[in-house]
Design a protein around this ligand. Structure first.
Ligand SMILES: Cc1cc2nc3c(=O)[nH]c(=O)nc-3n(C[C@H](O)[C@H](O)[C@H](O)COP(=O)(O)OP(=O)(O)OC[C@H]3O[C@@H](n4cnc5c(N)ncnc54)[C@H](O)[C@@H]3O)c2cc1C
Length: 476
């Protein structure tokens, strides 16, 4: 299995880029469950810790939030034998999208991180996912459906020996992670309402009045994070200017074997469609409008979408038309300004609690998984390299190193996500020419002169960005 060099060969410290062993085999005939198999070298036996020196202090880790970030970090901590507890407000919510919660795209880098954390769990996730990275993905004109830019997600992954990008149902992902972490560690119906840092330890306080003590606290409690607001003060998130409809439909389009996902571009709106396997398609329709509209259009969402996207190409309108009203969800999209400090003392943040971003690049969950990897490596430095007699000051510096290591990369992705929503919804392939004095003549539409230049810029820079995204967890 592919694995991160840094997690396996601890003494090298991490180097921020994924450095995989050479031997790899890719079976392109198993498209929907494609797994890259690479030789796994120098694997650190995490279980050594459990049976090892009983005099060693066992790190006690408290995690607020059992979403993707909280659960993946709990898994990494459990593998090392740390004493870990996850406090989750409501496992059944999965970010509020109930039973129809759509799937999540996991990019090669996030999948490789997962492999390094737990090869068995990563295999379960990959088997449950649907590979999209081996087909054509990219941007297309919303009205004509013509390709604007095609993206290659397969070859950069193969070159580095990484798993290929795929999508997985969120509930399947949560099931796999909760099973692997265990019910004894994940405490459901446990809402964190506060924490107190005392000398050398930190205590979380739950809504039900229970208190738990640990050596450090990780706030992985999402965009509305309680831990974040306790650390840095309560602040409203920023409205992205976009509302988002999402739909899941049992419909297999004729292009299923050649197209993974497509982003259809338009003016003040864009539409993302992806194969999610098992004969289903997921789509997201983004439209620029004032917030607080969610809930106001119950029962007429499909009608509204067919009005907004009615003159778009058949690949878009068919997906909307083929989706039952009950499978269409509506939410306003928020993010927060980038924080350049994620923690204080024995407390830090991870995932959306630290850096909620707009979803158009499908990167928030991947960034949360990468955070887990960087954080666990920093904790390894104080607990495995030394005698185990670490001091609170060692934990504090490990947390600050993790933050400094992640902030540059995450801030690029965060800014790119904001910029991308502007770019995706500024697509105007034609301009109207008014004929001035001859206004009695009908105005003419001509091809927008900026479009070829825009295409060239996107074709040049998007692959560079994608390569960088796939290549590692750090800035370099
Ligand atoms: C429409 C849409 C599509 C997306 N698509 C993708 C994609 O394709 N790929 C991708 O990588 N990302 C995607 N994202 C982003 C991704 O969903 C998030 O970045 C990811 O879920 C963040 O994980 P997290 O664990 O940090 O936070 P969350 O998933 O939000 O988990 C936080 C958890 O904390 C719990 N919690 C909250 N408060 C408390 C409390 N006080 N006490 C205890 N528990 C608490 C919550 O119940 C939740 O379970 C998308 C987002 C949206 C909105």
């Amino acid at each position: 299995m592919a694995s991160f060099q840094s997690i396996n060969s601890f003494s090298h410290q991490y180097q921020g880029s994924i450095n995989f062993p050479q031997s790899k085999r890719i079976d392109l005939t198993r498209r929907r469950t494609l797994i890259l198999t690479c030789e796994r070298k120098n694997e650190f036996d995490f279980d050594q810790n459990k049976s090892g020196d009983t005099k060693k202090k066992n790190l006690r880790i408290l995690i607020a939030g059992g979403g993707i970030g909280g659960l993946v970090f709990a898994l990494a901590a459990k593998k090392r034998g740390y004493d870990v507890k996850v406090f989750e407000r409501d496992l059944s919510a999965i970010r509020g999208e109930g039973n129809h919660r759509g799937p999540i795209q996991l990019l090669s880098s996030a999948l490789a991180v997962l492999e390094s954390i737990d090869v068995t769990v990563a295999k379960q996730v990959m088997d449950a996912g649907c590979v999209t990275g081996d087909r054509i993905n990219g941007l297309a004109d919303g009205v004509t459906g013509d390709w604007f830019v095609k993206l290659d997600l397969l070859n950069p992954a193969i070159r580095r020996g990484l798993p290929v990008t795929r999508v997985i149902c969120r509930m399947a992902l949560q099931d796999i992670l909760v099973n692997a972490v265990g019910d004894d560690i994940v405490k459901n119906k446990s809402k964190v309402v506060d924490f107190v840092e005392e000398s050398n330890k930190v205590r979380v306080i739950l809504e039900n009045g229970q208190h738990y003590e640990g050596d450090l606290l990780i706030g992985a409690d999402g965009i509305w994070s309680k831990v974040r607001s306790r650390l840095f003060g309560a602040k409203d998130p920023s409205y992205s200017s976009y509302t988002c409809y999402s739909g899941l439909t049992e419909f297999v389009p004729p292009y299923i074997d050649s197209v993974g996902y497509r982003v259809f571009l338009g003016l003040d709106q864009y539409f993302v469609a992806s194969d999610v396997g098992n004969g289903k398609m997921q789509w997201y329709a983004f439209h620029k409008e004032a917030p607080m509209n969610a809930g106001t259009d119950d029962g007429v969402k499909k009608k509204r979408l067919l009005e907004l996207f009615g003159n778009w190409c058949g690949d878009v309108t068919t997906l909307i038309a083929e989706t039952p009203e009950a499978m269409i969800l509506h939410r306003d999209i928020y993010d927060r300004d980038m924080l350049y400090r994620w923690g204080a003392g024995l407390v830090t943040l991870l995932g959306d609690a630290a850096h909620p971003m707009q979803p158009n690049l499908g990167q928030g969950g991947c960034m949360a998984i990468e955070d887990c990897y960087s954080l666990i490596l920093e904790l390894d430095k104080i607990t495995k390299l030394g005698s185990g007699d670490y001091e609170p000051k060692d934990i504090i510096s490990a947390l600050r190193r993790y933050e400094w290591r992640r902030i540059p990369r995450v801030s690029i992705v965060h800014n790119m996500s904001r910029m991308t929503s502007k770019i995706l919804s500024s697509y105007k392939p034609y301009v109207k020419i008014e004929l001035g004095l001859f206004s009695f003549l009908p105005s003419k539409s001509i091809a927008h002169p900026a479009i070829p230049a825009a295409r060239m810029i996107v074709q040049t820079f998007l692959p560079i960005y994608l390569n960088w995204m796939i290549a590692g967890t750090g800035f370099w």
